[in-house]
Design a protein. Sequence first.
Length: 308
Amino acid sequence: KLLSTSFFIFICVIQLSAWPDVGVDIPVDIPGPVGDYLAIAQDINEALQVFAEGYTPEQEYYLGRTCAANILNQYQNKTTENDQLSMYVNEIGQSLAVMSQADRDDLFSGFIFIVVEGSNKNAIATPGGFIFITTGMIEACENEDQIAAILAHEIGHVIHKDAVNSIDSKQRLISLIKLAEEYGGPAAKQKAQEALDKLPDWFVDEIINTSTDEIFSTIVDGMMGLWENAYNQDQEKAADIYAVHLMTKTGYNPYELINIIGKLNEGVGDHYGAHPSPEERVNYISTEIATLATYPQTLPVRTERVVK
């Protein structure tokens, strides 16, 4: 019974350590291995406070670029050869991106929209603003507003930093220290030292012996798994709600987000299957749209463009 209780506490601590801003005071005076786990979780939490602002926009961009390379590799580097389609999707995406700047204007290189060849219906957003959409997803859309709905949802994930916030606390801390040490100026290097001073010697040795490439590889592997299973349902709901308002501001009909949801449930695979249920999404999206004083309608010309 004692062993099972200790294991339960250990799991709880690991879960807490994945969220640096939980605001929980972790006790460190429990003897034995459980106390050790609690203590290191507290150390990580305190060291992360040195980097309260998180990744800089440039660091987030390079992390996202590494993720983007892995995604392209997954799709065998098959970006669409249809330049007209690529330009069209980029125009939709950049129209949405312009209207999102009031919510986040610190992206190092802005939003980058990439169409990849794939029969599966999928869209992925990486840190730093790289957004991928498959040709299969585009083919499922009946009009331009539905393409905008998909892109607006992914933009929401970038605005909310969902991918970055999902990084395990230990990995986040190590990567922030390594980036500050290797690429930062004097102030950044001083922050890295402040964080190291809060950690036990054995953990400092682990950080020293971990290369930046190794920690980035670990983080990217974790993110690839995250995208295969989707974000948690609160994050997905927030991205949907954000999409409603971004579409409305940009001149797109937010009801088309509801209309595309049914299609995402048809042979879409595990990624979108891990979102809230279609019924839940329709309900809360409809409720959010009902709060709008007015919203744009779907224009016939936008359907004609997609049909062509």
